[in-house]
Design a protein around this ligand. Structure first.
Ligand code: DQA
Length: 150
């Protein structure tokens, strides 16, 4: 599959920011592991990160133009309030799986609500870096049903 992995704000500081919550592994090394696993599974994976909402929207639209089969998306804090990202995901009809390193449901009240997840196939939260690999499996197993809903 041709998959786009998008990471939102502050994800590039993984390993530096709140290690008790997000772990000690650096962003680069985490993404290297995900890239290797994607290659092993035969996927063409593009990994992108931005701290800017508009840039993330541009990339989601780019995924449409370039006919990506799936998107793995950790929108960071935008998860909790970006209707613009919700609409972008909704617009492109590309199966998208939302990923969070931490268990957002076991943290602050404001993290329990995702405005982006309703536009996604589903959400995976609380498994650290493995969440990206689980989300990849979700795309492998479930990308087709979404196709049929078009
Ligand atoms: C996060 C959870 C968000 O609530 C937070 O704002 C992040 C990271 C996660 O991966 O656990 O930046 O998306």
């Amino acid at each position: 599959m041709k998959i786009m992995l998008l990471n939102g704000p502050n994800l590039n500081f993984t390993g530096i920011r709140e290690p008790g919550i997000y772990g000690n592994t650096s962003y680069e090394s985490m993404m290297e592991t995900v890239a290797l696993e994607a290659k092993r599974r035969g996927h063409a994976l593009t990994i992108l990160q931005s701290n800017w909402e508009g840039q993330l929207i541009d990339w989601i639209q780019q995924a449409y133009v370039e006919k990506y089969d799936g998107i793995l998306f950790n929108p960071g804090a935008y998860t909790h309030y970006s209707y613009a990202l919700h609409d972008a995901i909704q617009s492109v009809h590309i199966p998208t799986v939302e990923v969070h390193l931490s268990n957002v449901h076991a943290r602050d009240e404001f993290r329990r609500r995702s405005v982006t997840a309703p536009a996604c196939l589903g959400q995976i939260a609380g498994f650290g870096m493995n969440g990206y690999l689980l989300a990849m499996s979700a795309l492998e197993l479930c990308a087709n049903p979404r196709e049929e809903q078009k």
